[in-house]
Design a protein around this ligand. Structure first.
Ligand code: NAP
Length: 259
């Protein structure tokens, strides 16, 4: 299927590794020119170079913290006119409801709600004027089924989800779609971190921790960044123009829901 994306320009935030990189690679495979971002310059440039060599698209890199106003300005200035925006950033730390004070909430809201909102506000006018645009926000399965230890993430990402639900309907008349991708557990550095914590806490091996988590997922495995990226590329495709304001769970069936 030709997704109609060849020659388009995308900004993929937090994309030197993991799910963001999966999205960048899938878009590049469709001929999309990229602006990639992460804080660490070396891993970012290495990822960009691999994509240039493999897919022959233009890739610009901007190393900065996307959750800061300065980082957002730097990325947006370098990017110029965009057809596609994929928002992403690291998630807030886990804890107990009583651990978090106002500053913790402000930091989580800044990273996982206000950053994607600021980026959307910046790129939407141009997309609407040109009559075409695609925005995909990477959120989490916790938006559908909250993870108790991730209270900061639950709060911030649910706020973003509410904003997208309304905004997506306001911008759709101008040919712009906004949708969210909700990852369950994927085989990225984050899964290694989570399994490491369980292994340490319970005195079991990494393999045992992993197998225990696999057992809670109907597919009995973690998702891959490539699978995740393919869903992102589809949501950005011309064929997905009638998909508006949706929240697509990609979790191997782990979240047991009827709808
Ligand atoms: P990952 O493998 O740890 O990769 C994170 C990427 O984001 C790296 O390229 C990192 O590079 C970059 N990054 C992190 N914070 C950034 C910032 N402030 N500014 C710019 N770049 C930043 O993580 P992931 O597994 O892909 O997860 C991506 C998002 O999905 C996270 O919000 C995570 O909470 C959420 N999520 C993941 C899973 C999962 O199973 N993987 C499940 C549910 C939700 P630098 O460190 O160099 O900046």
């Amino acid at each position: 299927m030709d997704m109609g994306l060849s020659g388009k320009r995308a900004l993929v935030c937090a994309s030197s590794k993991g799910l963001g990189l999966g999205c960048a690679r899938s878009l590049a495979a469709e001929g999309v020119h990229l602006v990639m971002n992460a804080r660490g310059q070396d891993a970012l440039e290495a990822a960009a170079e691999t994509i240039r060599a493999e897919f022959g698209v233009e890739v610009m890199t901007v190393a900065c913290d996307i959750t800061t106003a300065e980082g957002q300005s730097a990325v947006l200035e370098a990017a110029g006119a965009l057809d596609i925006l994929v928002t992403n950033a690291g998630g807030p730390p886990p804890g107990l409801w009583s651990d978090w004070d106002r500053d913790d909430f402000i930091a989580a809201l800044d990273a996982n709600m206000l950053t994607p909102i600021a980026l959307m506000k910046a790129v939407l006018p141009g997309m609407m004027e040109r009559g075409w645009g695609r925005i995909v926000n990477i959120t989490s399965q916790s938006v559908r089924a909250p993870i108790p230890a991730l209270g900061l993430s639950n709060a911030a990402r649910t706020g973003l989800t509410g904003y997208v639900a309304g905004t997506a309907r306001q911008v759709a008349p101008q040919g712009v779609t906004i949708n969210n991708l909700l990852p369950g557990i994927h085989a990225t550095d984050r899964a290694v971190q989570l399994d490491g914590r369980v292994a340490d806490a319970e005195g079991i091996t990494m393999q045992e921790a992993r197998e225990r988590r696999y057992a809670s997922i109907p597919t009995r495995r973690y998702g891959t960044a490539d699978e995740f990226g393919a869903a992102c590329a589809f949501l950005c495709s011309v064929q997905a123009g009638f998909i508006v304001g949706q929240n697509l769970l990609i979790d191997g069936g782990a979240t047991s829901l009827t709808m």
